[in-house]
Design a protein around this ligand. Structure first.
Ligand code: PEP
Ligand code: MG
Length: 565
């Protein structure tokens, strides 16, 4: 919000201070109302953010400094608040720390609320008053924003930056919210109240469409819904190729809430439970007991299908409020994921204790993310051994033989997968990160999103080597990155030899339709041709020529743009 510089007369300072005080009280009342609304919601999530914003309004840095500027410098209240925020922002920018940058967003939001009251603008409500079908447009939407926006009733999002495999995009998909990333300058082009079409599957954004365009998109949306409805009827059908090879289809979930929906969609397992989301959006760390109860409830909701709990994957864009994670100059290349867990074994131990205890109640596997090599795996295993020993000594029930798996997400892990495979029970390829680190292209950065190329020869060769390595070591291997849920890529994965895929639950019917309509033999033949290709566009074209007419309804919206052109 831009506020013009304005000064007041010296003898008006008392009145101006009173005006700021009244506005702060009104902003607090708004937050209190929001607090009451959120308290009725699931798990009371978001309450801590509301509390944080209330604290910010009264903080010495914002409220205190604004009062000083009114008193000492004769600034008008809105100008004083704006200047105080600028100083806070400057301090945060100097810290060069992603954790604080994230917190800076909270100062922005709290200040915006206070300024709107001072200026007399209506509250920017992100609550039940959000109109139906509202779309949020932003520069940089993080995973936490997604939670807020969804709670506020937003039905679609457009971001200027961000990549299709960013965690915000993953969360949006889990919520079933259309989200288009990389829409450059969109915030400058859209005015509040404009009509906007957001086609999340095709990546289209149309501002102020004419009637004909609107009709076309509405028809598309209802055709998509009809397809989903038809496809979801396949949830009880087996995922087997026409030549009789079962392809295990699991689901990725971000929370307990996703588990029963995944079971309903026909998931044969929860191949990836992203546990870190229990740590976000709250001021404290979850206790061992809370994590235990969450895992037990998830196992109950899974109704006997196994759950692979991934240990904490915090850091980079997933920053908890409760603990500071050193980001360094390149957060994605810094203390993230397993590196953080090894830096804070106290936090890891708590999680492992909770999950081991839960393992006594249902089939559960452990999976370690972003392992760089054997050294880290040995350290992780040592913590597991010690936790098991501790639980044994305490006579606490647990499954001491619960499988331990490694995610292959870094080139170093891929190149040493043989060593890793000898010391774990299964491998799972996290292609989102593996591609990010192979191409040295940050998955959160829309400017390099074109380098996310799942069909690039580099990726195909890596995947082929991984399948061969796992086979040689007799260790199961699966894929849980976004590639697994793209029906356009199913032939590639099956042809390469993957027999287990884990994906967003709404992709299961689509991938199953491809599996049930194809033979392993033809997928393998295609892969032989694909491996000879020099460029990803050739592979995409090859796939399109084989799949487009045969599976038109299934892969519509999944064909890469370059191949379709
Ligand atoms: C991956 O990197 O492919 C993966 C499954 O993990 P996440 O997307 O949560 O980083
Ligand atoms: Mg990953």
């Amino acid at each position: 919000m831009s506020v013009a510089e304005r000064r007041i007369l010296r003898h008006d300072r008392e009145a101006e201070l009173a005006r700021l005080e009244t506005a702060s009280g009104a902003a607090e009342q708004q937050l209190e109302r929001l607090r009451r609304q959120l308290s009725g919601g699931p798990g009371g999530t978001g309450l801590e953010i509301v509390d944080l914003h209330a604290l910010i309004i009264r903080s010495p840095e914002l409220g205190g400094e604004a009062r000083r500027l009114i008193n000492d410098e004769c600034f008008a209240a809105e100008w004083a608040v704006t200047r105080a925020l600028e100083q806070i922002r400057a301090t945060f920018a100097r810290l060069d720390d992603a954790y604080f940058r994230e917190r800076a967003g909270d100062f922005d939001a709290a200040t915006d609320r206070l300024l709107r009251v001072l200026i007399g603008l209506p509250e920017l409500r992100s609550d039940a008053n959000t109109p139906r079908g509202a779309v949020a447009v932003g520069v940089d939407l993080g995973p936490l924003d997604l939670f807020h926006l969804r709670r506020s009733g937003i039905e679609g999002m457009v971001g200027e930056s961000g990549g299709p495999t960013s965690h915000a995009a993953i969360i949006a998909r889990a919520f079933g919210l259309p989200y288009v990333v990389g829409a450059r300058s969109i915030t400058a082009k859209v005015r509040p109240g404009a009509t906007i079409v957001v086609d999340g599957s095709r990546g289209d954004v149309v501002i102020d469409p004419d009637e004909e365009t609107l009709r076309a998109y509405r028809a598309r949306a209802s055709a998509d819904r009809e397809r989903d409805r038809r496809m979801s009827a396949t949830h009880s059908l087996a995922s087997v190729t026409t030549d009789g090879v079962p392809i295990h289809l699991g689901a990725n979930v971000e929370s307990l809430a996703g588990v029963s929906a995944a079971v309903g969609a026909g998931a044969e397992s929860i191949g990836l439970f992203r546990t870190e989301f229990l740590y976000l959006e709250r001021p404290d760390l979850p206790s061992e007991q809370e994590q235990f109860e969450d895992a037990v409830a998830a196992l109950r909701a899974a109704r006997g299908i196994p759950i692979t709990f991934r240990t904490l994957d915090l850091g980079a864009d997933k920053l908890p409020l409760s603990v500071k994670i050193p980001a360094g100059p390149n957060p994605a290349l810094g203390i993230r994921s397993t590196r953080f867990s090894l830096l804070r074994p106290d936090i890891l131990r708590l999680q492992l204790r909770a999950l081991y205890r839960a393992s006594a109640t249902g089939p559960l596997r452990f999976m370690f993310p972003l392992v760089s090599g054997l050294d880290e795996l040995k350290k992780l295993r040592a913590v597991c051994d010690s936790v098991r020993g501790e639980l044994g000594a305490e006579r606490v029930a647990h499954d001491g033989a619960a499988a331990l798996g490694v995610m292959i997400e870094t080139p170093s892990a891929a190149l040493t997968a043989d060593h890793l495979a000898r010391r774990c029970d299964f491998l799972s390829v996290g292609t989102n990160d593996l591609i990010q680190y192979t191409f040295a292209a940050d998955r959160e950065n829309g400017d390099v999103a074109h380098l996310h190329q799942p069909l690039h020869p580099a990726v195909l060769r890596l995947l082929k080597t991984l399948v061969e390595t796992a086979r040689a070591a007799s260790v199961p291997i699966s894929i849980c990155g976004d590639m697994a849920g793209d029906p356009f890529l199913t032939w590639i994965l099956v042809g390469l030899g993957f027999r287990e895929l884990s994906m967003d639950r709404d992709r299961i019917p689509l991938v199953k339709a491809i599996v049930r309509g194809s033979s392993v033999e033809e997928a393998e033949a295609l892969v032989r041709e694909a491996l000879a290709a020099e460029e990803e566009t050739e592979v995409a074209e090859l796939l399109r020529s084989r799949l487009e007419s045969r599976f038109a309804a299934v892969i519509d919206g999944f064909i890469p743009v370059a191949a379709a052109a």
